[in-house]
Design a protein around this ligand. Structure first.
Ligand code: ZN
Length: 318
């Protein structure tokens, strides 16, 4: 099923379920506490009479008087409920999310946190991130695996470098909601912990209900091609543009000859223009990138990224 259809289904069922529960409660209470039924009748009566009055004498405003009466009756109703051991709000209308009244859209006309959470959890199924979230997060990040020895020409040990990178990553996470135009380009040879770090950042942000799309460059190209030729996966494609954070893992040289390569840069560029953040990891150096992707769009895109260099012995062989 399409994501949008899935989501509207979800809220529809939620509302249906809550309305049913509410109706059952009313029925239950009416049987147990007949006084509450009487009070509800009185409230309905007042409201009905008020609207008739309103039609007859539109200039006579009695709404304050009426709402006072209704308020007193509601208080009485709550007292009855309390006396029988029910919570005072037992007969209120039920909403699972009070911030959007189970519509998914909040007061500011934006996606509610509950909708964001729903999208993210649906996405776990379609992206490669699902199983990594538990295994790869900052709690599992062990600085000790990085060598303490100054590495080659770098004047710094990989561990020290990684400490700096961790600090940058955490500040990226903590300042994520600020419109500060900070995008990161993680570069360096394979086996330096780039993907692990990306997963840590992703899992931290997902915990804050931020919509994170994590894909390898290859997966993104696959989606773009599927969309072009098979007309599928539009939801995923749209989320490349609309997600709060897009993580492009493993942007490599093999993509250069693909006719859809420029589409990836179109996505990243559009995100930049909309002030949405992107993280990229690659085995290529900024110099290699600029030689590989010579298009002007590419160079403009890369200028907007803070390069973060990874170096050290390959961790995979340790
Ligand atoms: Zn909500």
């Amino acid at each position: 099923m399409e994501l949008t259809a899935k989501i509207s289904n979800y809220y529809e069922n939620l509302r249906k379920k809550n309305i049913e529960t509410h109706e059952k409660r009313v029925e239950e209470i009416y049987k147990k506490i007949p006084e509450v039924r009487e009070i509800d009748g009185l409230i309905r009566d007042i409201a009905l009479r008020a609207s008739i009055e309103q039609i007859k004498n539109p200039n006579q405003d009695k709404s304050i008087e009426q709402s006072e009466k209704i308020y007193t009756l509601k208080l009485k109703k709550m007292e009855f409920l309390e006396k029988e051991g029910y919570p005072r709000d037992y007969l209120e209308e039920i909403y699972t999310c009070k911030d959007c009244l189970d519509t998914g859209i909040n007061e500011d006309n934006e996606k509610c946190h509950c909708l964001k959470k729903l999208i993210v959890s649906e996405l776990y199924d379609m992206s490669s991130i699902s199983y990594m979230l538990d295994k790869e997060n900052f709690d599992k990040f062990d600085l000790n695996v990085f060598s303490e020895k100054v590495y080659e020409e770098f004047n710094m040990s990989p561990r020290e470098n990684m400490k700096n990178i961790l600090a940058i990553s955490k500040s990226f996470i903590n300042n994520f909601d600020e419109k500060n135009d900070v995008n990161l380009l993680l570069w360096g040879p394979t086996g330096q912990g780039k993907t692990f770090l990306l997963n840590c950042i992703a899992s931290e942000l997902i915990k804050k209900d931020i919509i994170v799309i994590y894909q390898t460059a290859y997966e993104i190209l696959k989606t773009i091609e599927d969309r072009k030729f098979k007309n599928i996966d539009d939801d995923k494609y749209n989320l490349y543009f609309e997600s709060d954070l897009l993580i492009v893992d493993d942007l490599g040289i093999e993509l250069v000859n693909s006719f859809t390569t420029s589409e990836i840069f179109n996505i990243i560029n559009t995100r930049l223009l909309r002030g949405k953040k992107t993280l990229i990891s690659t085995n290529l150096s900024p110099k290699e990138l600029s030689e590989t992707y010579t298009d002007r769009v590419f160079s403009r895109v890369f200028q907007k990224f803070v390069p973060i260099r990874f170096f050290g012995p390959d961790l995979r062989w340790q």
